[in-house]
Ligand binder design. Structure first.
Ligand code: ATP
Ligand code: LTN
Length: 326
């Protein structure tokens, strides 16, 4: 069975965008591949974090993965920082990566643009990501299009290392979901709904209360037409709500359009809120049972043990090949 590995940064609370664009892809693949899913928390400290909040969020994120359908019997679930070998491999890879290629990473350029003091870790972040992937002989890496360049860097580093020191790493392939629509911010529907956005009004978090969901959807930015039609360019707000409704009702945008063709925006928004609330209810229920359970710790302990053993073997091989150890 081919191995697939992915991670969602705990840079904020998970949103319906994380569910629709990220987690649900992994749920779809979990029968087809041997699947590793982890919390890349060490990536998150490349930008300032409140330590207490980050610490608590890590476990919440894992509980939400599982509540959203990531099956612990089919996936190896772990926390990056609980396996020290990620950072060890990242160091060796950094010594085999070039300033030029790292400087070309568009995400780095964007994120560092307005920073006065740029953390070095923000610059080397893609190399830590390469370590995450190469440590476990990963075949496929499902990621959003924004991360494709990072997976390509991991491929380049792996190939270079193999050529220099002999076959060591599997060269991974990015897996970019074709069909997932981008879920937009409700207040600013030309911008992606992101968990790290400061203004929370445009974001629906998986754990938002029913009341909050109703309010956020009721105040979503629309247009002055007052007819429900999918037109991403001219009616981005309504189109986004159509996509969200279709996902939660497990139907197509065309069918939803037809269904609401005589509705006004107020009624339509009310129905979208209902669909989201109903769709998230079982996730919240499962989350509540898990978050303080021993089961969650057991899943994470087992994940840690398994990946530590795999990573230890790999890092020893790598250290030997580059000439480290006695
Ligand atoms: P951050 O705010 O930290 O940049 P994010 O919320 O934008 O994070 P990521 O953690 O970068 O999301 O994304 C994880 C996965 O979820 C990726 O595969 C990404 O494409 C997908 N994803 C995240 N947000 C959305 C969204 N709004 N619509 C569709 N897919 C999304
Ligand atoms: N950089 C990714 C998260 C991430 C990741 C990984 C994804 C870190 N390491 C390894 C896939 C494989 C992000 O910000 N979405």
């Amino acid at each position: 069975m081919k191995r697939m590995l992915t991670g969602l940064q705990p840079s904020g609370e998970l949103t319906i965008g994380s569910l629709m664009g990220g987690i649900s892809q992994s749920v779809q693949y979990q029968d087809e591949y041997e699947s590793f899913i982890f919390v890349p928390d060490m990536h998150t400290i490349t930008v300032p974090q409140d330590p207490k909040e980050l610490h608590e969020r890590i476990k919440r994120n894992v509980a939400l993965y599982i509540a959203c359908g990531i099956d612990p019997d089919k996936n190896t679930i772990y926390i990056q920082s609980e396996n020290f070998y990620h950072a060890n491999l990242a160091w060796v890879l950094e010594c085999n990566a070039y300033m030029g290629e790292a400087s070309r990473m568009t995400q780095y350029k964007e994120k560092s643009q307005n920073m006065k003091n740029i953390p070095v870790g923000l610059f080397t972040y893609p190399i830590l990501m390469a370590a995450d992937i190469l440590l476990y002989d990963t075949d496929y890496v499902p990621v959003g299009i924004d991360q494709k360049q990072h997976v390509e860097l991991a491929r380049d580093i792996a190939t270079r290392f193999n050529n220099k020191y002999g076959e060591t790493f599997k060269v991974p392939e990015p897996m970019i979901p074709k069909t997932t629509a981008k879920i937009m911010d409700l207040q600013n529907p030309t911008k992606k709904m992101s968990k790290s956005t400061q203004n929370q009004k445009g974001i629906i978090y998986l754990l938002d209360t029913e009341e909050v969901i109703r309010k956020k959807i009721a105040s979503a930015t629309t247009d002055s037409d007052n007819f429900v039609k999918y037109d991403a360019e001219n009616k981005p707000g309504i189109s986004n709500l159509l996509t969200i409704y279709a996902y939660f009702k497990k139907t197509t945008v065309e069918e939803v359009e037809e269904h609401f063709k005589d509705s006004n925006y107020k009624d339509f928004k009310g129905e979208v809120a209902k669909a989201v609330i109903e769709g998230l209810a079982p996730i919240k229920e499962k989350y509540k049972k898990l978050i303080n359970s021993e089961k969650l710790d057991k899943i994470l302990d087992e994940g840690r043990e398994k990946v530590n053993a795999l990573a230890e073997a790999k890092i020893k091989e790598v250290y030997h090949k580059v000439g480290l150890f006695r």
